[in-house]
Design a protein around this ligand. Structure first.
Ligand SMILES: *Cc1c(COP(=O)(O)O)cnc(C)c1O
Length: 386
């Protein structure tokens, strides 16, 4: 059985299905409506390639784009994307003036940020756009409840002075991927309290948002005016307990595949790869996969990461090295059409051809699908289809 569906892949490539991404965004709009969708494209669109994915998301109706760091937001503007963009992770001394000039919405999680954005607005001679972020319990970024009134009051003052516009009020969940977790309700309550204060202080009618992918998929009351899915845009489910992507009407966007660099017979008892953590059980055929930890294949996948070759599942034999790993195909008779050098090897994809998924890799090594796709390295070309 052949697993080829298109031209043979390169040595190794991450195939990014932009049709699937557009369909995912449309599906998320349907789930969230009437709330709108901010497609989160931080971290090179979770490893999928930021600009092409951002363009496709906007084509499919994403009203906003979300980035972690300023450079990402500025790169989107430089690529000609002119939808509203929010960026939320910066440090003192970052180039807020560039963000103000590029009309990027800057999240404010403390007084220092408000002060630096105001200075930047003054230097630019432009109105800054900010969104105030409340820490409603995540304990990471955001303004603590005791500081919220102070920062809100200062922002209102600056807005009345014509220095900035507060475009949004927002927060982020800690445990949205565990439906029923008591912190979810507690965070919603604190967010409502934060909104109440801000609205009474003069910030009525601003965009309110809180939902990441898991909350978008499972918690309609968290949708407010806008949802901020990241992972779901790329067609993955935030946690196996929340269901498969297909159960949410989503389809994985990335397929990581390559070609076998070598297939060879080795005798029984042969050590495989560094440290000889694996030894062949009998005379067998080993296949060499030209993908290693420099490409983002976790070394923790040694002796366990799953792959599909010729319609059959195998797994990594021995250690994942920097550039390559080995698969043991077993003996098979000499006449059998076994795997050969040049054959396609699929590490993960949507799963529709029997190939492993990013979630399968996550489970094999004890991590989350987010990390599996995001860590795929810069040496792996992204090939866009759709
Ligand atoms: C990454 C991130 C998101 C998207 O999270 P997903 O779980 O991938 O949907 C949303 N909001 C903030 C603040 C984030 O950092």
């Amino acid at each position: 059985m052949s697993t080829r569906t298109a031209a043979p892949p390169a040595r190794l490539e991450a195939r990014v299905d932009l049709d699937a991404l557009r369909a995912n965004v449309r599906r998320l709009r349907e789930i969230a409506g009437p709330a709108r969708v901010m497609a989160v494209v931080k971290a090179d669109a979770y490893g999928h390639g930021m600009v092409p994915c951002a363009r496709a998301a906007v084509e499919a109706g994403a009203a906003w784009l979300g980035t972690a760091v300023p450079e990402e937001a500025l790169a989107l503007r430089a690529a000609g994307l002119d939808v509203p963009i929010l960026t939320w992770l910066h440090a003192p001394g970052d180039d807020f003036e560039a963000l103000v000039r590029a009309e990027v919405d800057v999240s404010v999680s403390g007084q220092w940020a408000l002060a630096e954005v105001l200075e930047a607005a003054e230097r630019a001679g432009r109105l800054a756009r900010i969104q105030l972020k409340a820490d409603t319990g995540l304990g990471r970024n955001g303004i603590q409840p005791h500081e919220w009134p102070l920062v809100v009051d200062e922002a209102v003052k600056a807005e009345r002075a014509g220095l900035l516009e507060v475009t949004g009020l927002w927060s982020h969940f800690a445990c949205a991927d565990e439906p029923g977790h008591p912190s979810i309700r507690a965070q919603l309550t604190r967010f409502h309290e934060a909104l109440e204060y801000a609205e009474s202080a003069g910030l009525r009618g601003r965009l309110r948002h809180m939902a990441n992918s898991p909350a978008t998929l499972t918690l309609p009351e968290s949708h407010f005016d806008l949802v901020r899915p990241g992972l779901a845009v790329y067609g993955l489910s935030p946690a196996p307990e929340l269901g498969t992507p297909a159960e949410h009407g989503l389809r994985p966007v990335m397929t990581l595949r390559g070609r076998l660099a070598l297939v060879k017979w080795v005798p029984a008892g042969h050590g495989v790869s560094y440290g000889h953590t694996y030894r062949t059980g009998g005379e067998t055929r080993l296949g060499l996969v030209p993908a290693g930890y420099a490409d983002g294949i976790p070394r923790a996948a040694s002796d366990r990461g799953p792959v599909l070759v010729g319609g059959r599942r195998y797994h990594v034999a021995g250690r994942v090295a920097m550039d390559q790993f080995v698969v043991d195909f077993g003996p098979g008779g000499p006449d059998e059409h076994g795997p050969a050098a040049g054959d396609e090897v699929v590490l993960f994809g949507p799963g529709e051809r029997g190939e492993p998924t990013a979630q399968d890799w996550a489970e094999a090594i004890g991590t989350i699908g987010y990390e599996v796709v995001t860590r795929i390295g810069g040496r792996v070309p992204r090939v866009y289809v759709g």
